[in-house]
Design a binder for this molecule. Sequence first.
Ligand SMILES: [Zn+2]
Length: 125
Amino acid sequence: MKGRELPEDLKDAVCCLKCRKVGVDSVRKKLPGVPKNYDRCQICKSYAYRYGDIWTSPFLFVFATVLVSWSMQASYGDFEYPVRTNLVWTLIMCGVYLNNVSKKKKVRRLIEDHMRKNILDGEQS
Ligand SMILES: [Zn+2]
């Protein structure tokens, strides 16, 4: 296998970590309140992931944290702003970020296994 980049079509394939399968049948659902969709595996009904959809950019993470704390601060106006709220939010964002990073790694490994298996199958036939 050449290079570390995954093929574009596999980046968009729905992967189920529970079934350990790439390209599972899934239902696309809307997440209430936020402009984001999520996928659910049709076989085991658990969350499924698209590699390209998992955000792990530190820049995005910092940007979102700053944006939220700024808008919180603005909504408090002249009242004393609780620093603790900011801290809690930052911790939540850290958690989401780390969770995404580990999930992306797992999905990547799954896709790489899938590719390796495909290559073996191709050689046998
Ligand atoms: Zn599944």
